[in-house]
Design a protein around this ligand. Sequence first.
Ligand code: A2H
Length: 253
Amino acid sequence: EGAGPQEYTLVKMVVQEPFPEVLKSFKSKPVSLVAATLRPETMYGQTNCWVHPDIKYIAFETVNDGIFVCTRRAARNMSYQGFTKKDGEFEVLAEIVGQDLLGTVLKSPFTCYPKIYALPMLTIKEDKGTGIVTSVPSDSPDDYAALVDLEKKPAFREKYGIHDDMVLPFKPVPILEIPEFGNLSAVFVYDKLKIQSQNDKDKLTQAKEMVYLKGFYDGVLLVGEYKGSKIQDVKKNLQNKLIQEKSAVVYYE
Ligand code: A2H
């Protein structure tokens, strides 16, 4: 990583009925779990949202985008980037532990699934992005590994009160073709490296290295208005489209 700030696209994953208990009092405004991504061009393949059951999140009000749920640290950063009324200030409307967000119904931009769910991921870092991650198991080895963990282990689902129908219908969606890796590159490298779980750290690092650069330079979109284009040529256009339709904002840290 370089010396400058990292730019993320913050995708608004909008809370739908039935609201979880901890968010019920905010219903009159749009409430979003905001996910920081480096890959806006992959939003067509979202299958779920990841939250860490033990991380503490907050809800705060933005000037233009309704109520955001993210870590306190991310809210503080946002408050210096024009998201709140007063520079450097944000009012904590609620403190929420990730556990209480699990199973929340969400609507997220571009994905073919009309509603998706907040599910547990245990490798989320508290000190990066918003502490909320959008899941694209077709192209992110971390996301695919975490989704397979939930699929394969009913006890893991049960522990967090996750119903089968929040997980089992959500298959990875072919959205990018990468030469040598096919149209589900994360699945390909997961199988090739025989990754066992989301905790398989070294192999997942290797998997990410394998797909990342190749995807960026040689990956071709299979869906959407830029179908047939190379990712590097349209990544920025897709970020702009998300921003214009108010489904995303830019965030730095
Ligand atoms: B990426 P970097 Cl398709 N903890 O988005 C763990 N992971 C986090 C996180 C956190 N607190 N915040 C963001 N991330 C993930 C899409 C994606 C991503 C694809 C492929 C690779 C990929 C869909 N998930 O990231 O350390 C988010 O997942 C590969 C690293 O700042 C975000 O982009 O480079 C990326 O990690 C940011 O990681």
